[in-house]
Write a protein that binds this ligand. Structure first.
Ligand code: HEM
Ligand SMILES: *[C@@H]1O[C@H](CO)[C@@H](O)[C@H](O)[C@H]1NC(C)=O
Ligand SMILES: *[C@@H]1O[C@H](CO)[C@@H](O)[C@H](O)[C@H]1NC(C)=O
Length: 534
């Protein structure tokens, strides 16, 4: 031993340091592995996913491909298991019953704000969404719902179609066509990011935002978005340049919206009656307090962020999936001709009411895209008090019938719902890995209808609690998405406008999913070849 010590001491300092680090790392790996294999496990806690490295845990396997990770863990541990992610305990609850546990957990058991605020509050700003108690969020969702009215939606379809046509006619991405070429290769995710923000600002966000998109607003959006990354969920507020840019952009964007609201209150702006700022300016809390301008500004930022990533990702996947199966593009085109055609080759403009009720194929294409590519793969809550797991979801292996042993998810853990797993589970779907919009049509659709859909009002209108559904791309319960109808309207109008103008195909193969961003994106390049219809 003393010889070893002498040898080590004879080494240069830096080699001693590196040697020490290596030794400590290997020791901690060994201790970590042995403790998982040898130490008795508390049988009432969910099984823990095996991991080589302490602290880091399963961060790498989960981060690279969460779906593969979830399916492999389900194989080994069942529907409930805990994995370590950078020092935290995340308990995943899979299957429809698992989603139900997370989405419909009681307020004293699960908290969305505690899970999300470190990520969202620096981006959205204070006083809204996850920076306020749940009861206030529920009221704020009621305010937003007022703006998402059918009356407003009717005015949006024409505006969205106009933006898309204008983009095709003027954006450099379509330059070869503008110069008379017979086809063009377009990076579909880049194009859809632009189209999504253009159409959302023309409609929901309002004309001042749309006018400034070509100027300062685009840069602000870009800087703010650079701080909207998953790392801020696990290690918030690292002193990184993108977080500084985020904070500066948040202040400037907040002031920008405040300026818009002030001008509008002075009564000098026309043509704003159907946008969200207008709707929010008329709202007040149940205790009589009016919503203030700062809150409106921050809610507008929250809506911008919530809608932008989800819609641009979903739209891109829809276009790519269609490109991989061009017969569905023709089916969509025939549906447009059947519903909007005048019989002499002409085709009427898109219309909200018709689109909502009479375009089943379009609807099925979006629905099927969201089945295979839900933008959000993991939905989180922080556990506030121990949650007993219903034995119908999972029970400890050692339990015998009648002894009522249940798993407990302890306070301090996070619970994770991953409805995307059920949505591609081969036990629940015929040809689960095949993009097949027809499964949502006619008799085949009956299989997926919710038989016992429970509804509840959390303060912003009746909403499905979605208990036991294998298909929940918009979540369920009190935190369920309020943007679903807008998303269908926006995506439906954009896709229809492309279907009317083009045929398209993949340039190469279907891109793999990229899980490193806030939402599941197609990895680059995601190129599509457009050919104009005659
Ligand atoms: C394809 C498009 C979209 C998808 C798939 C989607 C998905 C979701 C999901 C899964 C949730 C639940 C989050 C949770 O339980 O933790 C959610 C919540 C929400 N979404 Fe969406 N969303 C979409 C578009 C939009 C749009 C366009 C807006 C705004 C106009 C929006 C606004 C919201 C809001 C305000 C919430 C509520 C958050 C809460 O109560 O905690 N979403 N969305
Ligand atoms: C994670 O769970 C383990 C086992 O229950 C516990 O000892 C540890 O304190 C937990 N860690 C955190 C950060 O809650
Ligand atoms: C096992 O975990 C449960 C739930 O957190 C706790 O109540 C119980 O005291 C633990 N048992 C032991 C032996 O640590």
């Amino acid at each position: 031993m003393s010889e070893l010590l002498a040898t080590v001491q004879a080494l240069p300092m830096w080699q001693q340091v590196i040697g020490g680090i290596l030794l400590a790392t290997s020791l901690s790996v060994v201790i970590n592995v042995l403790s998982q294999v040898l130490l008795p496990r508390n049988k009432s806690l969910p099984p823990v996913v095996f991991h080589w490295f302490p602290v880091i845990g399963s961060a790498v396997t989960y981060g690279m491909d969460p779906y593969r990770f979830f399916f492999e863990c389900r194989e080994k541990y069942g529907d409930i298991f805990t994995f370590k992610l950078l020092g935290r305990n995340l308990t995943v609850a899979l299957g429809p019953k698992g989603s139900n546990l997370v989405f419909n957990g009681r307020l004293n058991q699960v908290s969305a704000e505690d899970a999300y605020t470190s990520l969202t509050t620096p981006v959205f700003g204070k006083g809204v969404v996850y920076d306020v108690p749940n009861a206030v969020l529920m009221e704020q969702k009621r305010f937003v719902k007022a703006g998402l009215s059918v009356e407003n939606f009717r005015t949006y379809v024409t505006q969205i179609a106009a933006e898309v046509k204008d983009f095709i006619k003027t954006d450099p991405a379509f330059l070869p066509l503008q110069k008379g070429s017979s086809s063009v290769v377009v990076d579909i995710f880049n194009a859809f990011s632009e189209i999504t923000i253009l159409t959302a600002s023309r409609t929901l966000q309002g004309k001042e935002v749309r006018e400034n998109l070509d100027k300062s607003f685009a840069k602000l959006y870009h800087d703010l978005d650079s701080g909207f990354t998953p790392i801020n969920f696990v290690i918030p507020n690292l002193p990184l340049p993108n977080n500084f840019r985020r904070d500066r952009a948040q202040r400037q964007m907040s002031d920008f919206y405040m300026g818009i609201i002030k001008k509008r209150r002075e009564g000098s702006v026309e043509g704003t009656e159907h946008d969200m700022i207008n709707a929010l300016m008329e709202q007040s809390y149940k205790n009589g307090r009016e919503i203030n301008d700062r809150e409106i500004a921050h809610m507008m930022i929250a809506l911008l962020m919530a809608g932008q990533h989800t819609s641009s990702a979903t739209g891109s996947w829809a276009m790519l999936r269609l490109a991989s199966r061009p017969e569905f593009i023709e089916e969509l085109y025939e549906e447009q001709v059947k519903v909007f055609g005048d019989g002499t080759g002409g085709i009427a403009p898109l219309d909200y009411d018709i689109q909502k009720s009479s375009l089943p194929v379009l609807d099925a294409v979006i629905r099927e895209t969201l089945r295979m590519h839900p933008p959000i793969h993991s939905l989180m809550r922080k556990v506030k008090s121990d949650i007993p797991v219903p034995p119908t979801l999972a029970a400890p292996k050692s339990s015998k019938p009648g002894d009522n042993k249940t798993y407990v998810i302890p306070k301090g853990h996070y619970v994770v719902a991953a409805p995307g797993v059920s949505q591609i589970d081969p036990h629940l779907w015929e040809d689960a890995d095949v993009f097949d919009p027809h499964r949502w049509l006619g008799d085949r659709a009956k299989k997926y209808e919710q038989t016992e859909d429970k509804q509840e009002d959390f303060g912003w209108g009746m909403v499905s609690t979605g208990a036991n559904s294998p298909y929940l791309p918009f979540g369920a319960g009190r935190h369920r998405c309020i943007g679903e109808q807008f998303a269908y309207l926006q995506l439906g109008t954009i896709i229809s406008t492309f279907v009317r103008a083009f045929k398209w195909r993949l340039e190469d193969k279907l891109p793999d999913p990229d899980y490193t961003s806030m939402v599941v994106l197609p990895s680059q390049p995601a190129n599509v070849v457009f050919t104009p219809r005659k």
